[in-house]
Design a protein around this ligand. Structure first.
Ligand code: NAG
Ligand code: NAG
Length: 227
């Protein structure tokens, strides 16, 4: 289900361009597409992104309501990504062509340091629901370790608290691909005896690889891709 939603969004990513390229459909003129139809197209992308992302979170909640034989021994765990899973980077991308411009890491980091990213409301709700069930929450992010205090402050500002771990990328992780780095972080948890019931992330690199989880959920993100 979530996968299908993602595919739909992958198609609509044409609208906002590809993060890797300095290319933006908004600046292309075409015989078949006038400005107003483009505007409608992009507006429908915006609405669909929210709807798809909410539907994916509904799936998560539905799954959790019946899935897991939680042991309540403090070893039940759930993993979240941070960016575009718990916090939205859309305000940043909105100012930068929705991915139509090549990402400027310096200005993106400066934005993250302001700790102003808003919560994705449906994720915030689920975060607290699963925490209230006694499940330990681990955040595994590909943000750099140097952004730790800004990230913690941002999470608090957005209404998140009570997680059990926040893993960020240190210098020693830099040689690894994101997927490997995230797998290693999960391996550390399973070694400590945690049962990972689920992962919610917006990147395939957050949910692929071993050790896996009871079930994984991929949220839409058509602005960027991390491998
Ligand atoms: C958004 O969803 C509607 C209804 O499902 C669909 O008709 C429309 O084409 C979608 N917009 C885009 C940009 O995919
Ligand atoms: C990236 O952003 C920084 C800070 O806003 C700016 O000084 C720099 O020139 C930008 N780099 C590129 C390649 O645009």
């Amino acid at each position: 289900m979530a996968r299908n939603l993602v595919l739909i969004l992958a198609l609509t990513s044409l609208c906002i361009g590809l993060a890797a390229a300095d290319w933006n459909i908004l600046s292309k003129k075409s015989k078949n597409r006038d400005a107003s139809s483009l505007k409608i197209y992009c507006e429908s992308w915006r609405i669909n992104y929210t709807a798809d992302s909410e539907r994916a979170m509904e799936e998560v909640r539905l799954h959790v309501s019946s899935c897991c034989a939680l042991q309540g021994d403090g070893k039940d765990a759930w993993i979240f990504d941070v960016d575009d899973t718990l916090l939205s980077t859309i305000p940043y991308y909105k100012k930068h062509g929705f991915g139509g411009e090549k990402l400027n890491a310096t200005s993106f980091e400066a934005w993250m340091k302001q700790s102003k990213a808003p919560a994705l409301d449906h994720a915030l709700k689920f975060f607290h629901e699963i925490k209230d069930k006694g499940v330990k929450i681990f955040l595994i992010s590909s943000r750099s370790e140097t952004l730790r205090s800004a990230t913690v402050e941002n999470l608090f500002n957005a209404g998140y608290h009570g997680w059990s771990g926040l893993t960020l990328r240190g210098l020693e992780d830099d040689f690894m691909k994101v997927q490997q780095y995230k797998s290693e972080a999960r391996r550390a948890l399973t070694k400590e005896g945690f049962r990972i019931w689920g992962i919610v992330g917006d990147q395939w690199s957050s949910v692929e690889g071993l050790p896996g989880a009871g079930r994984t959920f991929k949220l839409p993100n058509s602005m960027y891709y991390l491998s």
